[in-house]
Design a protein around this ligand. Structure first.
Ligand SMILES: [Zn+2]
Length: 665
């Protein structure tokens, strides 16, 4: 997956964008005065550095270009639906009512926080820890994370069944360490956060208590939270317990009240407690911290989560903190675009049906499926010839690879949203209807077998994922777009550009987390101890390679936190290179624009990451994301691959990076 920092990665049409005209690798983006072995990102993208970042963005680049085009298509779909009559219960009716309610700024301002009055009143009436647990359950059903996050997952150890799960969550700052770091930037962010909370209360006309108490409570929640890096071990974050064991593990939490409020069926015996010490700490804090402080916290969670739908004042304040302060955006994106994002999140497959008709041909789908096939073949060959892995482990790895499923473009069957109840009503009520629908959909999965046809992203999404429990890669049509993928481009370009998608997601199946799941999608150790040791010795080298990177003075890459993504980046690039070689075997290869076919492949890869980013966002990504910022997603992988040094001979100036030698796969 690509990184997501709240409000950071939405994008807009960018007139005169470089690289739009040429299919595939674009020589106009390159800066050939930079030695490729010194800074490959700039060699491939140097001319793009001058491209300004629009004021309403924290970044611009290849993703902006694709998102702009996708959004223009979705806008045309939404506006067509808005103009035309549609039968009740059809995708067109839902798109029309949702979109129009979001575009009606006057009605949204008029409604303000009034639609939330019953919930705000219920929070104000809380007296006991049990009342607070009821509220947490009630907010959870509205899609508001408070105290902890709740959801229904595929049971990691019984992958064809579902399991309700809670996990640490409900902090207003991006990540645990934001509560403790003492550098001037973070201290300033915390001070701004308290002011922001106070203004949110004021704008909503509520007085639940001093804003500083919210920060104090969140700091105590952060203290019992695991660090990001400790969330990476799936085994250590899995605690499937029955209700008696849940009560014993976190005795302070009023479970019975919460089960009822969240409407967890009594027939469902288990809960995955995720991080038990966190839930134990939360239970303790429910008793230790005054109820008044909890009420202020819950009020803020509700207002903050729904701020974009509660009128101009709250929406602007939310943007001022999360958009401007934390990610450096200067202006809000246009209304239609923000609304489309909400419609997409709510009824993505309604939009998706109409999107793929316009933007993803059957030929494109067939071509990508063929590319996937060559990737699987390349990884299979790589596993077979690996010298660091014994035969027993190889057999298991090959079994996993052979059962891996690839979903390309869009689902076989479309999701049915008819019971969502979207209609002409205040925007926030449609948003809440969509959120309630998602909760019902999740809870309805309990007791039923997993649907292997389900998609977690809508077809128009410019992103992709690997799901270890279904052992599948999912490549939505929205990311299989120029310049990442262009039917008119040559193979060197397409394989290079999609290395960050096909190769990357495929290799997530074998990264530090994915490698802990087997062919059936169950969390099970299929490695011999020696082979696992050899694997980890190599991943340690990748940790060291990335920890040496220091994009801002004193701010290093978190090598362990980003390990899985970096492994997928490096391994994915290597396997895509080999897949391309398999695909082009026997076909004549020419030097184009002074680049050999191998060089075109690598330049294509680097160009798939071209991005100019505000330092605020880059810093936030380094401190809170499991992905590296885009530039490092080029320089890191190429530095680790001998194949790159063969394609671009020359002495690398960066000794630290060039010492890295990736030998997995
Ligand atoms: Zn990833």
């Amino acid at each position: 997956m690509r990184p997501s920092v709240r409000a950071a990665f939405g994008l807009v049409l960018f007139a005169g964008s470089l690289g739009a005209a040429t299919p595939g690798v674009d020589p106009a983006l390159m800066d050939r005065t930079v030695a490729p072995t010194r800074d490959f990102y700039r060699f491939a993208n140097g001319a793009f550095d001058a491209q300004p970042i629009p004021p309403e963005r924290s970044s611009s680049g290849v993703n902006l270009e694709i998102d702009n085009r996708n959004r223009a298509i979705l806008k045309e779909i939404a506006e067509t639906c808005a103009r035309e009559a549609a039968a009740e219960g059809t995708p067109a009716q839902r798109i029309r009512d949702f979109y129009l309610s979001g575009m009606d700024q006057a009605a949204i301002d008029k409604a303000g926080v009034e639609p939330l009055a019953p919930t705000l009143k219920a929070i104000a009436a809380a007296r006991t820890p049990a009342d607070l647990a009821v509220l947490m359950g009630r907010l959870s059903r509205m899609g508001v994370t408070a105290g902890f996050a709740f959801g229904v997952e595929q049971d990691p150890k019984s992958s064809r069944t579902h399991l309700p799960a809670v996990s640490q969550g409900g902090l207003g700052l991006p990540e645990r360490e934001f509560y403790f770091r003492q550098d001037p930037t973070t201290r300033d962010q915390r001070a701004a956060y308290v002011k922001h909370i106070a203004r949110m209360f004021e704008l909503a006309g509520v007085r639940p208590g001093p804003a500083a108490r919210v920060l104090a409570l969140e700091t105590r929640l952060a203290r019992v939270s695991r660090k990001l890096v400790d969330l990476r071990d799936p085994e250590a974050n899995y605690h499937k317990l029955d209700r008696a064991a849940v009560a014993a593990a976190a005795p302070g939490f009023p479970w019975a009240a919460w089960y009822r409020a969240v409407e967890l069926p009594a027939t469902e015996p288990y809960l995955d407690l995720g991080q038990p010490e966190y839930v134990r700490g939360l239970g303790r804090l429910l008793h230790q911290v005054p109820v008044a402080d909890w009420k202020a916290y819950l009020t803020y969670r509700l207002l903050s989560t729904l701020a974009p739908y509660l009128g101009s004042g709250l929406e602007a304040e939310d943007f001022a903190f999360y958009g401007k302060k934390l990610t450096g955006s200067q202006e809000m994106r246009p209304r239609w675009e923000r609304v489309l994002g909400v419609v997409d999140a709510g009824i993505g497959e309604d939009l998706g049906q109409l999107y793929v008709q316009r933007a993803f041909s059957p030929q494109a789908k067939a071509k990508v499926q063929e590319m996937v096939k060559f990737h699987l073949e390349a990884l299979r060959a790589s596993i077979r010839r690996a010298t660091w892995m014994g035969e027993a482990t190889k057999l298991q790895a090959l079994k996993k690879l052979d059962s891996l499923n690839a979903k390309v473009g869009y689902p076989d069957a479309w999701r049915d949203y008819r019971t969502m109840g979207l209609k002409a009503q205040p925007f926030v009520l449609n948003v809440l209807a969509a959120r309630a629908f998602e909760t019902r959909r999740a809870l309805a999965k309990l007791g039923r077998p997993v649907d292997p046809g389900d998609w977690e992203m809508s077809p128009q999404t410019n992103n992709a994922y690997y799901n270890p429990c279904l052992n599948e890669i999912v490549l939505p049509a929205g990311i299989l777009q120029p310049p990442f993928f262009d039917e008119r481009a040559d193979d060197a370009s397409n394989y290079g550009e999609l290395a960050s998608t096909i190769g990357h997601e495929l290799l997530h199946g074998f990264d530090d987390q994915g490698s802990q799941f087997d062919a059936e999608g169950n969390m099970r150790n299929w490695w011999t101890p020696e082979d696992r040791k050899a694997y980890e010795a190599q991943t340690e080298a990748v940790v060291r390679q990335y920890e040496a990177y220091e994009p801002f003075p004193g701010v290093h890459v978190q090598g362990r936190q980003t390990l899985g993504e970096n492994l997928a980046d490096i391994g994915g690039l290597k396997i895509s290179l080999e897949a391309w070689k398999l695909a082009s075997a026997g076909k004549p290869q020419a030097t184009v624009d002074g680049l050999t076919p191998e060089q075109r492949f690598f330049v294509g890869f680097a160009q798939s990451w071209r991005t100019n980013m505000r330092p605020e966002l880059e810093r936030t990504i380094l401190q809170s994301d499991v992905h590296c910022p885009p530039r490092l997603r080029v320089t890191g992988p190429v530095a680790a691959l001998p194949e790159f040094r063969a394609a671009f001979p020359g002495a690398p100036a960066d000794r630290k990076a060039s010492d890295a030698q990736f030998t997995l796969w």
